[in-house]
Write a protein that binds this ligand. Structure first.
Ligand SMILES: O=C[C@H](O)[C@@H](O)CC(=O)C(=O)O
Ligand SMILES: [Zn+2]
Length: 276
């Protein structure tokens, strides 16, 4: 497991891009046959990519979690961004098609990931936060997510939000998670941008060609920094930071939040013209 130590609201302003990446951007999460874990001090999120090929991969615990097993005091959300696969949680197997979600409840002991076809492996993206109560593990097919259409082609931000792990669909402790698909020709996410001091958020961009990038925007609205991100890495946004971005093509991304509340619409809206 990698450990990522974030920068604060004062120090990020003096940091170069490489230093900002070290503080906020994970390693490449999707490597064939491997599980890649990154722990961020931003709300104690654990971010992982799990790409099983010929063999099943288990979710391991780690010394720094001080737990007998990974979910002993944690919940996790998983979205499959690859081919068909399965997740088995304490003997119960869930078929995970592309863009399906699974919420894994606190105190789930054994979690195992497989791919149906090693040549087109499942790619499981996982975000976990500390949890305070035991709820139920729930599979949410893409078609069961709450859909929200936003933006317009004229402003290059036509996109569909899929809220899969949210109150009303899944009873979680702090995790709220889903994904946003941009229409072809649309490149801007989270436009107009916002902050929400009550929650922190993690973005992971995918479904764009290897050689394309999303210029993710972070920082206070008055002091914005762009970071060009490749597919398959995640970026953590502290509570004070905007999290928006513009791609050199369209793309999809998973967003995940943890913090004080679970109200998706509880945001402090700003305008593009407010950015400095
Ligand atoms: O707090 C909510 C999150 O930032 C995202 O869901 C926003 C988003 O996907 C978008 O507008 O494109
Ligand atoms: Zn947000």
């Amino acid at each position: 497991m990698d450990f990522m130590f974030s920068a604060d609201i004062r120090s990020y302003k003096d940091m170069r891009n490489g230093e900002l990446r070290e503080a906020f951007v994970t390693q490449q999460l999707f490597v064939d046959g491997e599980i890649k874990l990154t722990y961020t001090d931003v709300d104690r999120g654990v971010i992982a990519g799990i790409t099983p090929t010929t063999q099943a991969i288990d979710l391991p615990t780690h010394k720094e979690l001080a737990a007998d097993y990974f979910c002993q005091r944690r919940e996790a959300g998983v979205i499959n961004i690859g081919g068909n696969g399965t997740i088995t949680v304490d003997g119960e197997t869930y078929a995970m098609a592309n863009k399906d979600s699974l919420y894994i409840a606190k105190e789930s002991k054994e979690v195992q990931f497989t791919s149906e076809d090693p040549a087109n492996p499942a790619k499981f993206y996982l975000v976990s936060y500390p949890a305070h109560r035991v709820t139920k593990t729930v599979h949410v097919p893409k078609s069961d997510a709450k859909r929200i259409e936003l933006g317009a082609q004229e402003t290059s931000n036509e996109r569909t939000i899929f809220q899969s792990i949210r109150p009303g669909i899944v009873d979680s402790c702090q995790l709220v998670m889903g994904m946003t698909e941009l229409k072809p020709g649309s490149v801007w996410n989270t436009k107009p941008p916002h902050t929400h001091f009550r929650r922190t958020e993690i973005y992971m961009y995918f479904d764009l060609p290897e050689e394309e990038r999303v210029f993710h925007l972070m920082g206070e609205p008055s002091e914005v920094r762009p970071l060009p991100l490749e597919p398959g890495v995640a970026i953590a946004s502290p509570s004070w930071s905007i999290h928006s971005g513009v791609g050199t093509t369209n793309y999809t991304f998973v967003w995940a939040m943890g913090g004080e509340n679970q109200e998706f619409d509880d945001m402090d809206h700003i305008t593009v013209a407010d950015l400095k």
